[in-house]
Each structure stands twice: as structure tokens, then as C-alpha cells.
Design a protein around this ligand. Sequence first.
Ligand code: IPE
Length: 257
Amino acid sequence: MQIIKLGGSLITDKKKAKRPRKGVMERLANEMAASGEKLMVVHGAGSYGHHLAKEGKLNEGFIGEWQMEYLSKVHRDMRELNLMVMNAMIDAGLNPISIPPSSIAVYEAGNLSHFPTQLFEMYSRMGLTPLSFGDMVPDTKRLFSICSGDHIMRELAGLEGVERAIFATDVDGIYDRPPTEKGAELLEEIYPDKQVLTEVMYTDTTGGMAQKIADGLAIARKGVEVLVINGLFEGRLEKAIKGERVPGTRIRWKKDD
Ligand code: IPE
């Protein structure tokens, strides 16, 4: 079993609100199907979600009733995006079944406190491909929270039989400084070595990559192989699922495990 996160910046054009990359979704769905492996799939928001979530200050938890309209719209937009991913997966023959976190997850002060992974297992055993996504969820302390796809990956990594977690993004992997900076080098692997990590954390401006590294390390700690790869290059996701070497970053819990 492998768990795959299709990053929001990969399946949408992050620069403009609600711009899906349908061709990319279709190709990735075909690559996942061609791998022949058993998968669970999670996708992010990209230009669906983040924009309105920011406007509605949804990452701050409850501030006022006015936020509810934003919460509802972000959830709707994520479902719209999810339907597109689902259609691409159906066309590829993956038989997806959508599991929205808003219907099953509970947060406590911004952390996932309840997530019934058993559902994913049961659907998978039926021969379906469980498909989840970043969504709005209730929070016992803050009234609501944003559930990121990376958090879901962390939960799924705890399931028995999960061997590999692949984060497909729109960059080649994790760099020693922002990839746009001159001289930036792709890190073939990272592990909780203070020096490497502080360097990488420091370079992240949005918090996105730093969070991904933290979630990746938490998954690697469970003994699951963690890869960050570029899904914009044809064939890389399929090869990575098959265990073939592709450019990217491996996140390890220990230097030589
Ligand atoms: C964000 O999910 C979900 C919402 C904003 C509702 P992710 O954090 O997994 O999305 P990406 O992959 O970074 O776009």
C-alpha cells in the first residue's frame, strides 16, 4: 500500500483563483493506474481553498459569524476540485471513493484529534481507491480548523501495510534554499540533523515546505519511506510508485535507515 498526496500547486495553477490543471490531473491518474499498486490518494487545495480561506481568516479559528460564509464556500470549492480529481481517477480505472474530512474528522486546537482511518481500510479492501482532500473541519477548541492534506497523510501513514508516502508537488523536491534563488541545490535526502533542517526551515517563506518537512519526518518515523517529487514531469509519479529512482528528496528519520 502506498499513500499519495497530489499537491494543490500541482493540480491547480496557484497564481489565479480556481484554475484547475485538468490535463495534469488526468495524466497523474493514468500514471497511478499504470503503476498497478494499491493506493490511497489525498489532494490539496492550491488555488481552490487557500485564497478564500485567507480572506475569511479561517486559519485563525473562530473570530466572528461572518466567517461561516467563507467556511462554506471553501468547503464547496474543495468539493468541486475533488470531483474533478475523482472524475480523472474514474476515467483511469482507479475506482475512487471520496472521503471528505468535514464529515469524519475532528480537530482540537488546530491538531487532528479524531480521524477514522478504518474507513479508508475498509474501502481499500473492497478494491476501491480511497480519496480524501484538504477541507474545513470542526475544532473542539477553536470551533473550526483547516484540515490540510499533509495532516491526512500523517494519519494514513499509521495504517498497517503502508510502505511508501509520495508527495507529488510542482518542484523537484526540497532545496537547501528557495528554488528560485541562485545556487539553490536539490537535497537528495534530509533527516533530523539540526544543521540541514534549520537551513531548510529558514528558507521557507510561506511555511508550506517547513510544515511538509515536519509531516514528512513524522511519517518517516513510522518506518514509511517518504519521497517528495515533481509531478509536472511525465512519468515521475509512476516510476516513484514502482520504486524506480527519480529526481526528488527522500525524507528519513535517521541518517542511514
Ligand atoms: C488545504 O489543504 C485545505 C484548505 C485550504 C481548505 P493543503 O494544505 O493540503 O493544500 P495544498 O496542497 O498546500 O494546496
